[in-house]
Design a protein around this ligand. Structure first.
Ligand SMILES: Nc1nc2c(ncn2[C@@H]2O[C@H](COP(=O)(O)OP(=O)(O)OP(=O)(O)O)[C@@H](O)[C@H]2O)c(=O)[nH]1
Ligand SMILES: [Mg+2]
Length: 457
């Protein structure tokens, strides 16, 4: 029986059956090498799961290469059944075996040292007697052991595997490291707790800690979202120049600078979320944040922000009816803004339609010279666009298993539907909060509202 004080589980099996994938998902780290190539893992690599109540170790190993010959060696050296675990230890210590069976020695070393065993097989491939040699070796070790059936391509042979594995292992579970949700992962730690009673309390505590960490990750993400919204809704750029014509030439560069900053700020927030979920190496591709060319273009943001009806309802709800609503109703074609160019938009636009545009403004300064500025964003839909993108991004990251190394793509989703389904009190609080954000009066309870929205999503 195991004598280690830190719960330790060695993941073993045939090459290329998802051993490393299981370690990566359970340890929530993308530091584990995973690839299609058989023989990717060459050494026994330890990964620690450190939690407030203690730690757990997962050992990733190379696959069995010569289990038949290794078993023959064991059989020829064992005295009787009581001597089996001892013979496995001899095997690991023997220089002859280290030379002849390097992979078997590496994978059995942590087992001999007191680790429990997690044996991994592929449920989409049939069971065959060739697996019996390695299962027999694992049984000889006498260590507590369970088997995981990884349905790599499909679930075709699961039942067959269950029948075979049940004879060699204390517990047999189906576990897909690419898709298993957090609750399923955490349930597995509770199964581990049953393997060795000395570790039971520690493992149950670790499982509770994992649950708490999951909740904290969401709270942390809500605070990242809050700061993002505050920052992008209040952001503006300005430059002082000597003449009005110089100020006019700044319209485009200031706009670009403004938009670039906001895109970068969003990217930073996404990176922070990746780091909260220990997904630093995950690449992100997909729709970039766009800025509508027209002052109140709802269509282009339709996929992320609110649709027209929702925006009208939101505006009505917050009692901020006015020019903005009128403009939505007329389909976004502005009443007079199109006729006014450059600086004039700044001079009148912001005053006439105070609730909707991020415009270029040119102001004469008392001290002489001119000030050209762009922003903050006045479009009432803007906070919703940022919010929608963040929510979808967060959902993908928090559901991305660490065995899955594909890039995340942030594509358009049905954000309007999600807002429609939101409980009405929450919808109202959110509308008020978004309205206040674009009016530069961010509400005190913004974080609490966003946390609720994230939980509801
Ligand atoms: N679709 C799918 N692919 C999987 C799953 N598990 C593993 N794979 C893929 O199978 C390949 C091998 O996975 P690894 O986790 O590296 O397997 P391993 O057993 O550690 O392999 P070695 O270290 O070479 O012995 C990789 O390409 C994985 O992405 C799964 O559940 N579903
Ligand atoms: Mg591996």
């Amino acid at each position: 029986m195991s004598n280690l004080s830190i719960p330790t589980f060695t993941v073993v099996g045939h090459p290329n059956k998802g051993k490393s994938s299981i370690v990566a998902t359970l340890a929530q780290t993308d530091q584990v090498a995973i690839s299609q190539r058989s023989g990717t893992t060459e050494h026994a690599d330890r990964y620690e799961i450190n939690m407030p109540s203690g730690k757990l170790v997962l050992v990733d190993t190379p696959g069995f290469q010569r289990p038949f010959k290794a078993l023959k060696w064991l059989e020829s050296h064992v005295k009787d059944a009581s001597d089996r675990a001892n013979t496995v230890a001899m095997f690991v210590a023997s220089p002859e075996c280290q030379a002849a069976f390097p992979d078997e020695v590496r994978l059995l070393s942590p087992v001999v040292a007191g680790s429990a065993i997690i044996y991994v097989v592929d449920g989409s491939r049939p069971y065959g007697p060739e697996y019996e040699f390695e299962m027999e070796i694992l049984r000889w070790s006498g260590q507590p052991r369970m088997a995981l059936i990884n349905p790599i391509e499909n679930e075709m042979y699961i039942e067959q595997w269950q029948n075979a594995l049940g004879q060699y292992f204390n517990s047999v579970k189906v576990f897909n490291p690419m898709t298993a949700e957090f609750d399923k992962q955490n349930a597995l730690f509770r199964t581990f707790a049953h393997l060795n009673e000395n570790w039971q309390e520690q493992l149950n505590n670790i499982s509770n800690d994992l649950q708490t960490r999951r909740q904290n990750q969401l709270l942390h993400s809500a605070s990242i979202l809050e700061q993002l919204l505050r920052d992008v809704c209040s952001y503006s750029v300005a430059q002082k120049v000597l003449s009005k014509s110089q100020a006019n030439t700044l319209a485009l560069p200031l706009k670009l600078q403004f938009e670039q900053w906001i895109k970068q700020r969003e990217q930073d927030a996404f990176n922070q979320v990746l780091s909260v979920y220990q997904h630093q190496n995950t690449a992100l591709s997909g729709d970039e944040l766009t800025f509508p060319p027209n002052l109140f273009e709802v269509e282009q943001w339709y996929l992320w922000g609110l649709n027209k009806q929702q925006l009208i309802a939101a505006t009505a709800l917050t009692g901020a009816m006015g020019g903005a609503t009128l403009d939505i109703v007329t389909g976004g074609s502005s009443l007079m803004l199109g006729a006014l160019g450059g600086g004039a938009v700044g001079a009148f636009g912001a005053a006439i339609f105070p609730n909707k545009i991020a415009s270029m403004k040119i102001k004469g300064l008392k001290t002489g010279g001119w000030n050209a500025s762009h922003g903050p964003m006045k479009n009432a839909n803007f906070p919703y666009v940022i919010l929608g993108r963040f929510l979808y991004f967060h959902k993908q990251v928090c559901n991305l298993n660490h065995a899955n190394r594909s890039a995340l793509s942030l594509s358009s989703q049905d954000f309007q539907k999600m807002v429609s389904n939101m409980e009405s009190d929450l919808k109202k609080s959110l509308n008020v909060a978004c309205d206040k954000l674009v009016k530069q009066r961010p509400p005190k309870d913004l974080r609490a509202i966003l946390t609720q929205v994230m939980k509801a999503f």
